[in-house]
Write a protein that binds this ligand. Structure first.
Ligand code: FAD
Length: 458
């Protein structure tokens, strides 16, 4: 894959255009039982569920519902947890079966939403595959498979041929549940459902402050105020913008995806990607690859960048990273090395200090959930709806208990500073270089020739 002068760098997403019916901002003072802040997957699901259960709900969104990572993600609906599974198992071995139950239920919850709301989002229940691109990664796949299977996950191991993934990947592990979709279309469908519900939705209404006044919670936007009995913070990576949010609730990270131009179906068929499963490599910072219904391939991540301070800036991808992603793509799919990058976009994700989704309460009246860690497409809507159920019934569902935080105190995340991220990225590149050297030596390349190839670490 190559970048060209026609590559479009977007500050929104490549999946869909922004809506043309953006709702007007809040311009009055009003009261409600529950105010939900943030119209992403979590916030829209919470508001929709509350509305379905007859609760007087207001949803406040800074731009338009779906503006955040909801519409920007890679569309890989995962049924396993995000983060490093071996580390999760090291720290939370006893909780792993409950965590797996939550993550698999989350994937099913989204599949049910697609069906019950009738959302056309090109969903394909293909599962997603943890793929190895080297011998070292093969070992990691085997260890992860053992952990996941031991915790009750539905997974299957195999060679690339057995799993129906492209020949360039060595072997892998498929999470059987979940699949791939156009997340822009999914989010647009969810937005349509919320706008048609009894929830009062105000877009272009950025919450500037959240405070208590004795009678409830006061949520201030530039032109209006909402007084609510309860508030749900569903702003994902942006949660740290207010004093009321717990310190270090999550670390905001900037992640990029790129999409190829449409590819001739015969060339795609020649890849051997018969399962169409989404792929995630076993690097410390993964690469993801997936087919789309428009005969393109979307891929991304490889490098993540920490947000320095709030408010988080609106960004478009760094051309150097897009070129690096294109170069990695060309190595994984050598027969498609000439394909051009059509578009590139990025978004803010939230990484928690434990790499687990989290949910909890601040005092008695402010609820929060952060379900990202790169896997929020399934987990954010699920936790959002469980928070709504908790508000209505007063009793948390078992899956909510699994990630419930009693005291909102969070440790500083490890290796998430600029230097840590750069080091982890460099380790991945050195491993690529070693494994690439071995492979290319076998093909007759010399080490010196290999060093001259374009993707060596700079
Ligand atoms: C490039 C990329 C690729 C990804 N790939 C995948 C993937 O393949 N699979 C997967 O499972 N997950 C993936 N993710 C993660 C997934 O998209 C997120 O976990 C999920 O969208 C989180 O949903 P959310 O509702 O919590 O947050 P968001 O969708 O980010 O929503 C937060 C909302 O809050 C609003 N907001 C912010 N501040 C305020 C304020 N002050 N007042 C009012 N509203 C405010 C924002 O405008 C936004 O609409 C990816 C993310 C990115 C960025």
């Amino acid at each position: 894959m190559t970048t060209t002068s026609n590559t479009v760098y977007s500050t929104f997403t490549g999946w869909i255009d922004p809506p043309t019916d953006v709702r007007p901002p809040l311009t009055e003072d009003l009261t409600c039982r529950v105010a939900v802040i943030g119209g992403g997957l979590a916030g829209m699901s919470t508001a929709l569920r509350l509305a379905e259960r007859g609760v007087d709900t207001v949803l406040l969104e800074a731009e338009f519902c779906g503006y955040g990572s909801a519409s920007r993600n890679a569309g890989q609906l995962a049924s396993a947890p995000g983060g490093d599974i071996q580390l999760l198992n090291l720290f939370f071995r006893k909780r792993m079966p409950a965590i797996i139950r939550l993550t698999e239920n989350a994937a099913h919850h989204v599949e049910d939403l697609i069906e019950t709301l009738g959302i056309d989002c090109d969903y394909e229940p293909t599962g997603n595959v943890f793929t190895a691109v080297s011998r070292g990664q093969m070992g990691r796949v085997r260890r992860v498979a053992k952990i996941l299977r031991g915790a009750g996950a539905h997974v299957e191991e195999g060679s690339s041929r057995e799993l129906g993934v492209p020949h360039g990947f060595v072997n892998g592990l498929r999470e059987v549940h979940g699949g791939i979709m156009n997340p822009g279309k999914f989010t647009r469908g969810l937005r349509g459902a919320v706008l048609s519900s009894s929830a009062r939705v105000f877009e272009q209404s950025k919450v500037a402050d959240i405070a208590r006044d004795g009678a409830g919670v006061v949520v201030s936007t530039p032109r209006g105020v909402v007084r609510a009995q309860k508030v749900v913070l569903a702003t994902n990576a942006f949660a740290g913008e207010w004093d009321i949010a717990p310190k270090r609730l999550s670390s905001p990270m900037w992640v990029v995806e790129v999409e190829t131009e449409p590819i001739d179906p015969e060339r795609l068929a020649a890849l051997g990607w018969t399962s169409r499963s989404g792929l995630v490599t076993q690097h410390n910072i993964m690469e993801n690859y997936r087919l789309t219904s428009r005969n393109t391939i979307v891929c991304g991540v490889r490098r993540i960048e920490r947000g320095k301070s709030y408010p988080l800036p609106e960004k478009s991808p760094d051309p150097a990273l897009v070129a690096e992603l294109a170069d990695a793509f060309a190595r994984r799919f050598p027969t498609l090395a000439d394909v051009a990058v059509d578009r590139a976009w990025g978004g803010w994700i939230a990484i928690t200090s434990t790499w687990l989704p989290i949910a909890g309460k601040i005092g008695d009246d402010v609820f929060y959930s952060v379900a990202c860690n790169g896997h929020g497409l399934a987990q954010a809507p699920y936790l959002g709806s469980l928070i709504a159920d908790l508000i209505v019934t007063g009793t948390p569902a078992d899956d909510l208990r699994t990630v419930w935080i009693e005291e909102p105190k969070f440790a500083r995340p490890m290796m998430m500073g600029r230097f840590g991220l750069r080091t982890v990225w460099a380790v991945d590149r050195v491993n690529d270089l070693i494994n690439g050297s071995r492979r290319n030596a076998r093909k007759g390349f010399t080490a010196a020739q290999f060093r001259r190839l374009p993707s060596r670490p700079s």
